[in-house]
Design a protein around this ligand. Structure first.
Ligand code: PNS
Length: 178
């Protein structure tokens, strides 16, 4: 009886929440691969979208949240959130223990280390964990996906199908506006 009561308590106490932050403009199959991998490691994962990035996004915050929610709909321990300001403050507010970031090539390394060490300086108890996407996604980036689309190329297999449709529509409407 005692053991039966204590186990769920211990389980609750060891619940590890992680945050996977980014711009997700738009979410690619590389991002999705990392979400899947992280959801198998952590008890709960929040995919957190930065809303006040300096760069001008192609998709609005609402559109990006919609796409993230749609592609993670069947993942029970994954939720989607938004934040502005410092990532570590959002992480503390959510009681997160870890930040997840993807590392594709060596070129990512410098930027990622700089960010991870800055976050550690600001919040020493928060760990950053780097995960590698599957090899077939190792070269994909949101920037390249948008570029391919702008020039009329196919992004099939690089982004989830719903993102592919949205990208096509977005590019057509952007051309119409010109
Ligand atoms: O997908 P991205 O654009 O590479 O994600 C970058 C992101 C959102 C993780 C990063 O810009 C961020 O955390 N911004 C919030 C501001 C912050 O906390 N800055 C200090 C750490 S460098």
């Amino acid at each position: 009886m005692r053991v039966a009561l204590v186990r769920p308590l211990l389980r609750h106490m060891s619940n590890i929440l992680a945050i996977y932050p980014g711009s997700f403009d738009p979410i690619t199959n590389g991002h999705f691969d990392l979400i899947q991998r992280s959801s198998r490691i952590f008890d709960h994962l929040i995919v957190a979208l930065l809303t006040n990035a300096e760069k001008q996004p192609l998709f609005s915050v609402e559109e990006r949240v919609e796409m993230l929610e749609e592609v993670t709909r069947d993942m029970e321990n994954v939720s989607v959130g938004t934040f502005s300001g410092l990532l570590v403050e959002y992480a503390v507010q959510k009681k997160a223990r870890a930040i997840v970031r993807g590392i594709r090539a060596f070129s990512d390394y410098e930027y990622e280390i700089q960010m991870a060490l800055t976050n550690r300086k600001l919040q020493p108890k928060l760990e950053t964990l780097f995960l590698m996407p599957a090899e077939e996604y190792a070269y994909i980036s949101s920037r390249l996906v948008k570029e391919i689309c702008r020039h009329g190329g196919s992004v099939k297999g690089l982004v989830p199908p719903l993102v592919e449709r949205r990208l096509r529509k977005k590019v057509v409407s952007t051309i119409d506006e010109v």
